[in-house]
Write a protein that binds this ligand. Sequence first.
Ligand SMILES: [Zn+2]
Length: 197
Amino acid sequence: MRKLLLMTWVTLVATSFTSCAGKQGTEVSIEKTSCLSSRSFTTIKGTPGITMSTSNCQDYRFKEAKIRKAIMLFVEDYSEEFNIPELEVWNLISNLSIEVSILPRTVDGVFDVKGNFLKKDVLVSGLALNPNSIWVEVKTSQIWSSSLAHELVHIIIWRTQGVHGDPDHEGKQFSGWTSKHTDFLKKFKLRLIDLEI
Ligand SMILES: [Zn+2]
């Protein structure tokens, strides 16, 4: 486990240094944590009670300043795109528990963004577990490549509808997620890339 994490760290660092074609990838938004030497649970300052924890004792998480910035930008952009006051968006993600890990998870049965059901064991990079908690894989050295914003959209839908977070996205079985949400996430990802988050 330790070896795997170390190797992954080396890869991530190498990636960030070899990416010289543009400004993307020059800033690292993640950090290594160990429950033995540092806190693995954080209440993200400047947010309404949103917390971040790691799945494992030895793991990686997003730097607090970076995830705070990502969430603040998300609220700003979501509010503008869907014409909802920022305060209401904050309210819809308040007290959310965000669990992160460098290790992906496998689930039995999941929908893709178009609503196609993928049976078997599928590797996922994020999950909306219930209306109060999400799990997000730390995929690269920056947050834009993670499913953080995607899972925040599930939570907003879940808390707005009260029954589910629309697991089949644009599919017809569950309602809530529209192509506007998918487009919003594409645009938002570009914004984070531009800001090196
Ligand atoms: Zn999803």
